[in-house]
Design a protein around this ligand. Structure first.
Ligand code: SF4
Ligand code: SF4
Length: 210
């Protein structure tokens, strides 16, 4: 038998059997297919998903509008405009304080058409204002809705938190906030309590681990 005819027999008889052998073996292996979107499985705990702008336990914002996250971003996906806090009431008598200290993030946008979820921005943030959640469903059918505004990114108000603007409830200055010295003004568990306190403890523990 010539070499070419033996090669032809192998291709026509043996190779299909070998191919179906792979299929047959796979039938008895554990199924790894995920039935997304009908079944949503939890991500790895450190999965990089949608960003979140965090709050202090009294509801004030942690962002100080410094723009370090925007400068660190390799995709130019973040836009920040800072503004000054003030303890003087405005014309309606309302507080103009959104964060402890001098400045806060007045405008904050992340463009998820550009973001590659690399996490460099959260490494750059000096106040742990910016972190990433595990939320990964960021698809949409138009460009405008993929530019997330500050209101889309701010952490929800937990029990014990108050919507800014308002005065500093936890200390006399921003140093009390950054040192966790909340006894200066607030010892009432209704002010620093419940889930808000748990969130603060979790953030402090994460910073010590880092
Ligand atoms: S995760 Fe990366 S690409 Fe996305 S905004 Fe942050 S630094 Fe920019
Ligand atoms: S999120 Fe952090 S790095 Fe970005 S502007 Fe706010 S404080 Fe600065």
């Amino acid at each position: 038998m010539s070499e070419s005819s033996s090669k032809g027999i192998k291709e026509s008889l043996w190779d299909p059997v070998a191919g179906f052998g792979v299929t047959f073996r796979t039938m008895f292996k554990k199924v790894v297919t995920e039935q997304y979107p009908f079944e949503k499985l939890p991500t790895a705990p450190r999965f990089h998903g949608r960003h979140q702008l965090n709050r202090w336990p009294d509801g004030l914002e942690k962002c100080i509008g410094c723009e370090l996250c925007a400068w660190a971003c390799p995709a130019d996906a973040i836009y920040v405009e800072g503004a000054s806090n003030s303890d003087a009431p405005d014309a309606d008598g309302n507080s103009q304080r959104f964060s402890p200290g001098e400045r806060y993030g007045a405008v904050y946008q992340i463009n998820y058409l550009r973001c590659i979820l690399c996490g460099l921005c959260i490494e750059a943030c000096p106040t742990r204002a910016l972190t990433m959640t595990n939320e990964y469903e960021l698809a949409d059918n138009n460009r405008a809705d993929l530019i997330y505004e500050k209101s889309d990114l701010l952490a929800p108000l937990l029990p014990g938190m108050e919507e800014p603007p308002h005065a500093m409830r936890l200390g006399d200055d921003e140093g009390d906030y950054y040192r966790g010295n909340y006894s200066a003004r607030a010892t009432d568990p209704a002010v620093v309590g419940g889930e808000a306190q748990a969130q603060e403890q979790w953030t402090s523990a994460s910073e010590k681990e880092a």
